[in-house]
Design a protein around this ligand. Sequence first.
Ligand SMILES: NC(=O)c1ccc[n+]([C@@H]2O[C@H](COP(=O)([O-])OP(=O)(O)OC[C@H]3O[C@@H](n4cnc5c(N)ncnc54)[C@H](OP(=O)(O)O)[C@@H]3O)[C@@H](O)[C@H]2O)c1
Length: 308
Amino acid sequence: MTLSPVDIFGSRILLAGPGGQVAAPIVEALAGQCELTAVARFSDEKQRQQLEAMGVNTVKGDLADHRSLQACPSDVDYVINLAVVKSGDFDYDLRANAEGIGNLMAHCRSAKAVLHFSSTAVYEYAGQQPREESAPLGDNHRAMFPTYSLSKIAAESVCRFAARQYGIPTTIARLSVPYGNNGGWPFFHLLMMKEGMEIDVHPEAPNFYNLLHSSDYIEKLPYLLAAASTEVCTVNFGGSEAVSIEQWCEYLGELCGLQPRFRDNPQAFGSLQIDTEKMHALIGPTKKDWRQGLREMVEQLAPELLLA
Ligand SMILES: NC(=O)c1ccc[n+]([C@@H]2O[C@H](COP(=O)([O-])OP(=O)(O)OC[C@H]3O[C@@H](n4cnc5c(N)ncnc54)[C@H](OP(=O)(O)O)[C@@H]3O)[C@@H](O)[C@H]2O)c1
C-alpha cells in the first residue's frame, strides 16, 4: 500500500532553482495549480520574466546568503529545493548547496513539508550492486564535478539537522538520472554520437542507472511530500527499471541510424543502480517505459535525426 499523495492544488509552494533541467517541467506543471514562488539568483533575467509571465512569483536570492532569502514568503505550505551549484569552489558550493537548504528551512519553519532533491552521486562506487538508502556514501563524482558529491552529502546533513531542530516534516529524494522532452544525460549522449565522439564509460560494464522521465517525477511529487517526516524520509528516486548507458545509447543509435562508440575510462561515472524497494513501498512504481521516453525526447528535440 503506497502513501496517499498530498493535495497540492491551491497550495503555496516555494521552489528553489526553477530554471534547472529537473525543475523546468515541474514549474510548468505546478504554475497553473499552485501559488508558486520561485527563488534563484536569476543571472538570466529573461528566465525570470518568462516565469513571471507564467504566473510564477519570483525572488532574486542566493541560497548561500540567508539575508537574500528574506524576500521569500515564509508562510508556505511546501518547500521544494531543486537548486544546485557546481562551480568547483568548495567554499561557495558548500555554502550554497549545504547551508542553502538550511537557510531555506530556517526561513520556512511552518511548512507542512520540505522536499529536498539530493542525488545518487552521494553513494560510494560499488560496481553493479543496487544501492540501498543505507549504502556507504562516497565522493562519487569527484573526477568530473569536484564539489558535487561532498556538497550533496553535506546538504543532506544540514537538511536533517534543520528538520529535527525546527520540527519540519522532510523528504530527501536521491535522484538517479532525470530526462524528458527538455533533454538530460541521454540527450548529451545522442549529440556526441551525432558528432562521432567517443562516449566514456566505466570499464565495469554495463553501467546501470535508473532513468527517470519528467512525467514520472512530476506525478510522484505529491507522494514524496506525503512521505515527509520530522525524522526525515530519505529515499532513492529513479525509474523502476534499471537501464545501462550502453543500452540507452544503442537504442538511440537504432532510432537515428548512429553507432555509439564507447571508450573505457576508469574515471567515468560507474554504475549507480538504485535499490527501489523503499521507493516502491512509499510512492509506487514509475510508469514511463524508457524506450518510449527516449523516443519522445528525440521527437521533441532532434526530430531530424530520427530514421524515417
Ligand atoms: N540533472 C541531473 O542529471 C541530476 C541528477 C541527479 C540529481 N540531480 C539533482 O536535481 C536537482 C536539480 O538539478 P539540475 O541538474 O536540474 O540543476 P541545474 O540545471 O544546474 O539548475 C540549478 C538551478 O539552481 C539555481 N541555483 C544555482 N545556484 C543557486 C544559488 N546559489 N541560489 C539560488 N539558486 C541557485 C540555478 O539558477 P541561477 O543560476 O539563476 O541561480 C538553477 O535554476 C539538484 O538537487 C541536483 O543535485 C540532478
